[in-house]
Design a protein around this ligand. Structure first.
Ligand SMILES: Nc1ncnc2c1ncn2[C@@H]1O[C@H](COP(=O)(O)OP(=O)(O)OP(=O)(O)O)[C@@H](O)[C@H]1O
Length: 337
């Protein structure tokens, strides 16, 4: 499969009255055609900032991409002009957000909103645009598309509105779709339908998807690969099966213990105690140290070397490095006794 996106050493900062927030601190990942990467983590870990950087939607001058590359189909988006980015957004890369109501204009018909992007960016006739709009409504599973095109957003349920938002995002046939918490505002059965819809769309169009969510349950079905973010870094990444069945990082293990699982009936759910570190002055070592049940002396002093149990799986954690189990780099408990 062709690689369409490669993010290398991405750093994003925000200047605030309280100082500089280091929201994203050296993120790397890649994405291929037809693949779904889920970026998972607690609130504030930098998922949306990472996604917004790809779209170059970081509010300046306070926010900036301080370092790194975002190579999309061979071009570095971090260096792309604003003019070119306007052409790329909505055409080559589309983004959808949590709340389908705010994404739609209540005063325009669905037909107008669907055809707008196509007519603006691809210069197609009204007739052709309407034809494409009908096809898209059909693809996202909206019955009676001819009638529905003439209706307004308030005439649709929440789930149907999210389907329309997805149709709008896909009408220009983008190579990449970024979905930021696309099902959070919907109830559980509708969530499942929307996730299934992503799969259908991917089979039909081969679009690559970045799915951003705090909910590992969502990821279980929809993702091919998972990147787990914590305090502005990807601390573990692997295929869905590697991350679910062989989680290496204690944070990932904690996340998995905190969600209900069918394969672990009767086991108690355990929330992860504590809170993530302050991103004004993030720790030099592993940012999870203060909450980690296995924390060692070295963890707070030095950022972990990468542990790679397979070609597709890594975790940044000292636990797997034999050298830290020697007496000179003793663990915390031994140090205090
Ligand atoms: N415009 C901004 N100005 C200042 N700080 C910001 C801004 N946007 C994001 N941040 C900070 O960047 C960090 C990462 O935020 P981000 O929105 O990416 O988190 P997230 O993982 O997507 O969480 P959530 O699921 O709550 O959206 C947070 O500490 C946040 O406060």
């Amino acid at each position: 499969m062709k690689k369409i996106l490669e993010v290398n050493d991405l750093h994003v900062t925000f200047s605030t009255y309280g100082g500089e927030i280091k929201a994203v601190r050296g993120v790397d990942f890649e994405l291929h055609e037809g693949e779904t990467l889920a970026i998972v983590g607690e609130s504030g870990c930098g998922k949306s900032v990472t996604a917004n950087s790809i779209m170059r939607l970081i509010p300046s001058p306070a926010g900036k991409i301080a370092n790194g590359e975002i190579i999309f189909k061979g071009n570095d988006l971090a260096k792309e002009s604003d003019k070119n980015m306007r052409k790329i957004r909505g055409v080559d890369i589309s983004m959808i957000f949590q709340d389908p109501m705010t994404a739609l204009n209540p005063t325009l018909t669905i037909g107008n909103q669907l055809t707008e992007g196509l007519r603006q960016h691809k210069n197609v006739s009204r007739k052709k645009a309407e034809q494409k709009a009908l096809e898209m409504l059909d693809l996202v599973g909206i019955p009676n598309p001819e009638e529905r095109l003439k209706q307004y957003p308030h005439q649709f349920s929440g789930g149907m509105r999210q389907r329309i938002v997805i149709a709008i995002a896909l009408i220009c046939e983008p190579d990449l779709l970024i979905a930021d918490e696309p099902t959070t505002a919907l109830d559980v059965t509708i969530q499942a339908q929307i996730l299934e819809l992503f799969e259908t769309i991917q089979e039909e169009t081969n679009v690559a998807i970045i799915l951003i969510t705090h909910d590992l349950g969502v990821v279980a079905k929809a993702a091919d690969r998972i990147a787990v973010m914590y305090a502005g870094k990807i601390i573990e990444s692997g295929t869905k099966y590697e991350v679910f069945y062989e989680p290496q990082h204690p944070y990932t293990q904690g996340l998995l213990n905190s969600i209900p699982r069918l394969d672990q009936k009767g086991e108690k759910l355990e929330p992860i105690d504590g809170t993530p570190p302050d991103l004004f002055s993030p720790p030099v070592g592993c940012p999870f140290t203060a909450r980690c049940p296995h924390a060692m002396f070295v963890c707070e002093k030095v950022y972990p070397l990468r542990h790679e149990p397979s070609e597709t799986h890594y975790a940044d954690c000292w636990l797997y490095d034999e050298r830290v189990h020697t007496p000179n780099l003793m663990n915390k408990k031994e140090e205090t006794t």
